[in-house]
Design a protein around this ligand. Structure first.
Ligand code: NDP
Length: 495
């Protein structure tokens, strides 16, 4: 296995400067494919959050007043910088997160570039409205940036999540202080440097590193920020919402999921099998929108389970830096143990392990956190493995008898993030799409995350939406302005 040899150090980016923590402390960064420490980053404290918020506050008035078309130009240049660095960023992402380098580059980096381009263009489309209040007034609304936004992101898509957060915020005229996950801080720090290199003024994009429990929560409650945007576990989202409540901050949360993948007997069988494999095993199942509950119509259940299990064994699990690898490493030994304990739990609950469950039998992979694509069949929806977010390459396969039952099972979850259904019946596709309580639904496609299409959750999967034009609005305050146009003075009390 190829690993980085020297230990690199990546400083934070605050106010356009590359800086270390004021306390001088650092945190180790490991490669999930080897569990070797290969880098360090600053372990910041509250005093670093203070100076990052101060830098962002200082940059805010100038950035908010910058013409939207100028913001567009700078963000397009930012996208070009990313394009120039696709290969090196993809490698950095693969080493830090354990994901296959091929996927880090395409789709993830290319998607991130598309997101930047989308919001660069959207910056000039964010308009208010005139409101027909009365014949003697001219009334209109303004969309104004909120101010400094605190943004906290997870480890599963480190660079992509950073772009999802930064792009709409700065397009709308806000400045940001972003905290990446401690496991995967590297590409967010590189991204902040590229923002500076593209001419985005110092202080508009600040990236700090440090533990979520101390630095993240301090950022979420900081009096200098107007909004918190978070992606991660539902329990952490709940904590952040409580912290933000004191200062009545605007909050958007993109949280966990247990999304259903519904296969009807009338689906194209091969397409449904192949798409369902991708829907759970992409990124080793470490995706909030992973279709981790596979609901299969009973008449094709056995044939589908057999074909799925057979094909799952063909997925190439291996070194993330090998371009042919399809599934890389799990983020940490602790996460691997947690996933394996869910596999054990599923068997105790009565589900049948039909493929996977263990690590690949290869010497080169032994030091890393690898798990084979895993499937638990003959499960039912009330099992804990069917209700709790496992966040790994584990799918539970549940039979259903009819359309009504499929919808009921899909909705029997505290989550409501995404879903897919496979059918050739057009009427059924629309009926089920409208019946399933999720923020996003694919019909005959496992794909998610398209700029312009909202991404986010019903129920405990979150609040607000990402990727959509509406997301820009969630980074603004709405102001109403009323101008008296009457020639007669306003004097209702006849004074
Ligand atoms: P967390 O929700 O704990 O972490 C996400 C981000 O929040 C990280 O930057 C983390 O920092 C930060 N954070 C943690 N605690 C706080 C806090 N009290 N206040 C403010 N920020 C905080 O997820 P984990 O990374 O610990 O993963 C745990 C589980 O969450 C996974 O096993 C998975 O089930 C789920 N998960 C879900 C994701 C999703 O997209 N739905 C994404 C990632 C994880 P730090 O890294 O320093 O702790």
């Amino acid at each position: 296995m190829t690993t980085a040899t020297a230990i690199a150090h990546y400083p934070m980016v605050i106010g356009g400067e590359r800086v270390d923590a004021l306390n001088g402390e650092t945190m180790d960064v490991s490669n999930p494919a080897t569990n070797e420490v290969y880098a360090t980053v600053p372990r910041s404290g509250p005093e670093d959050v203070d100076r990052a918020v101060e830098a962002a506050s200082k940059a805010f008035p100038g950035w908010a007043r910058t013409a939207a078309s100028k913001r567009t130009t700078l963000m397009l240049r930012f996208a070009e910088k990313l394009q120039e660095q696709v290969e090196s960023l993809a490698e950095a992402e693969a080493i830090n997160s354990g994901k296959p380098v091929a996927f880090a580059a395409k789709p993830e980096l290319l998607h991130s570039i598309e997101v930047l381009v989308y919001y660069a263009g959207a910056a000039t489309k964010l308009t208010g409205e005139t409101v027909p209040v009365s014949s003697h007034s001219f009334s209109y609304t303004l969309r104004e940036p909120i101010g400094v936004c605190g943004q906290i992101i997870p480890w599963n898509y480190p660079l992509m999540m950073a772009v999802w957060k930064i792009a709409p915020a700065i397009a709308a005229g806000n400045t940001v202080v972003l905290k990446p996950a401690s496991a995967t801080p590297v590409t967010a720090l590189l991204l902040a440097q590229l923002a500076l290199d593209s001419g985005i003024p110092p202080g508009v994009v600040n990236v700090i590193t440090g533990p979520g429990a101390s630095v993240g929560s301090y950022l979420a409650g900081h009096p200098g920020i107007g909004k918190v945007a978070f992606t991660g576990e539902t329990a952490t989202g709940r904590t952040i919402m409580k912290i933000a409540a004191d200062g009545m901050k605007r909050v958007t949360l993109e949280l966990g999921g247990k999304s259903a993948n519904i296969v009807f007997a009338d689906a194209n069988f091969e397409d449904a099998v192949n798409g369902s494999l991708f829907a759970i095993y992409y990124n080793s199942g470490q995706s909030c929108e992973a279709r981790s509950r596979l609901l299969i119509e009973r008449s094709i259940y056995d044939r589908f389970v057999a074909s799925f299990a057979e094909k799952a064994q063909k997925i190439r699990v291996g070194n993330p830096l090998d371009p042919s690898t399809q599934m890389g490493a799990i983020i940490s030994p602790a996460q691997l143990e947690s996933i394996k304990s869910y596999v054990d739990l599923g068997r105790q609950e009565g589900a049948e392990l039909v493929t996977g469950g263990g690590s690949p039998d290869e010497d080169a992979l032994r030091a890393g956190n690898f798990l084979l694509p895993t499937a638990l069949a003959n499960a039912h929806n009330r099992m804990r493995v069917a209700q709790e977010e496992i966040f790994g390459p584990v799918v539970v396969m549940i039979p259903f008898d009819d359309e009504e039952e499929a919808i009921r099972l899909a909705n029997d979850s505290i989550y409501g993030l995404a879903g897919t259904l496979w059918t050739q019946n057009l009427g059924r596709a629309h009926r089920v799409a409208q019946g399933v309580q999720t923020g996003l639904l694919g019909v005959n496609t496992p794909a998610t995350g398209t700029p312009g299409l909202p991404f986010g959750g019903y129920k405990q999967s979150g609040i607000g939406r990402e990727l959509a034009f509406e997301t820009l609005k969630l980074y603004t305050e709405l102001k109403g302005v009323q101008i008296n146009t009457s020639t007669r003075p306003v004097n209702p009390w006849r004074l």
